[in-house]
Design a protein around this ligand. Structure first.
Ligand SMILES: Cc1ncc(COP(=O)(O)O)c(C=O)c1O
Length: 401
């Protein structure tokens, strides 16, 4: 009789995994989404305000370009750095949107924006290095920093500053060990955004360091009350700033997995090596569609923006009308980050009760680091009807506490 060894049965999981795996964090949005979908399958009418993606369709001309790419046989491996045509379009996009004179050879294409975060942190940081980053913030930053063995140094973003990074708080977080500074504007999860004067103030502080700068600008086209600006446009910082953007948020292409970055020359080869070691390349028909997105008509971007501005008012007004809830007006992205610390239950329990009892999926601010406590993240990338219904359910639940 054939014998099978059931290794995992008799041993604690910790003995089967590397110790590094304990340092790898996660993104709660995906687990809440899974729970919300399970409740939906069980018949609960869940309204999804938890996941960070536009609820619009990818523009038809972009879909058409992908179909044409498939038909033309763009279905094989291609260069890990990206296809030339898209790298040229990305260089032109960075010129158009930030005034950056970046060469196509310094523009890389990745499977979404996310891998650039992980791989850049791994490429430049190790034990003994400190990484400064905004908190509350996109959870992958802290996860990547810890995985690299580096020390996370969060800078708190506060309600009273409209979640705009305070240059003095940034200055206080810097030390001779700071290897990398991560910036994110417009910001996930707060919707806070740096206006051009705030960018100058942050750039002034960063000019006093020689740390790498990683500027996560995936919401660059969704800044509402002031023009978008990038620290990379400050000449003293350009050489050591990686600028991250992508197709996901601007063109409603989250599922296509295509992000891109303008990368300082010394980081280009290491990042490409990470791509070679992991994903090999972004599917060429997706990149072909990316060219259509960046070079084609931009009306859909403007229409989506206008719709987000309208919904932002509905959500902020609706949240502020709930007793005990206070919501700052977010200046960008598609998230509201209401303060719920005056309520009798904490933010984690509130998010759980909203999902389980009221069928409204949101995220607790703690999913974005300790400084997110006392808040909820509410995505307004949902229809007006859903938002109004969700706000009504939230109010009813809060009033029942
Ligand atoms: C701040 C921030 N950076 C990066 C990403 C990742 O984007 P992508 O889907 O292109 O990987 C997200 C997605 O939610 C985000 O919010």
């Amino acid at each position: 009789m054939k014998r099978t060894t059931r290794l995992w049965k008799d041993q604690p999981v910790s003995m089967l995994l590397s110790s590094a795996i304990d340092r790898l964090g996660t993104e709660t949005a995906f687990s809440v989404l899974a729970r919300a979908k399970a409740l939906e399958r069980a018949g609960q009418p869940v309204i999804h305000l938890e996941i960070g993606e536009p609820d619009f369709d990818t523009p038809p001309h972009v879909v058409q370009a992908a179909v044409e790419g498939l038909a033309a046989g763009m279905t094989h491996y291609c260069p890990s750095a990206g296809i030339d045509g898209l790298r040229e379009s990305v260089a032109a996009y960075f010129g158009r949107t930030r005034g950056l004179a970046v060469e196509p050879e310094h523009c890389l294409i990745g499977t979404g924006a996310k891998p650039f975060i992980f791989f850049t942190v791994l490429a430049v940081c190790e034990a003994g290095d400190e990484v400064v980053y905004p908190s509350p913030g996109f959870p992958i930053y802290e996860s990547a920093i810890r995985f690299a063995g580096a020390t996370p140094v969060p800078v708190e973003l506060r309600d009273e500053d409209a979640f705009v990074l305070d240059p003095e708080a940034l200055r206080a977080a810097l030390s001779p060990r700071t290897k990398l500074v991560i910036l994110n504007s417009p910001q996930n999860p707060t919707g806070g955004a740096l206006d051009p004067a705030a960018v100058d103030a942050v750039a002034e502080v960063l000019a006093g360091t020689d740390a790498w700068i990683f500027s996560d600008e995936v919401y660059s086209q969704l800044q509402y009350d002031s023009p978008f600006a990038s620290v990379a446009s400050t000449p003293r910082l350009t050489d050591r700033t990686l600028v991250l953007d992508g197709l996901s948020k601007t063109y409603a292409m989250t599922g296509w997995r295509c992000g891109f970055a303008a990368v300082p020359p010394p980081l280009v080869e290491p990042l490409v090596r990470f791509f070679v070691n992991s994903t090999s390349c972004v599917p060429p028909f997706v990149q072909h569609a990316g060219i259509a997105a960046l070079e084609g008509p931009q009306e859909s971007v403007a229409a989506m923006r206008d719709e987000f501005i309208r919904r932002r008012s509905i959500v902020v007004e609706g949240l502020n009308a709930i007793p005990g809830v206070a919501c700052t007006v977010p200046a960008g992205a598609f998230y509201a980050f209401p303060n719920v610390s005056a309520l009798p239950i904490d933010a984690d329990e509130l998010a759980t009760r909203l999902l389980e009892d009221a069928s409204v999926a949101t995220l607790s601010g703690t999913a974005f680091g300790a400084f997110g406590d006392g808040h909820l993240r509410v995505s307004y990338a949902a229809s007006e009807a859903d938002l109004i219904e969700a706000l009504g359910r939230m109010r009813a639940l809060v009033e029942s506490l």
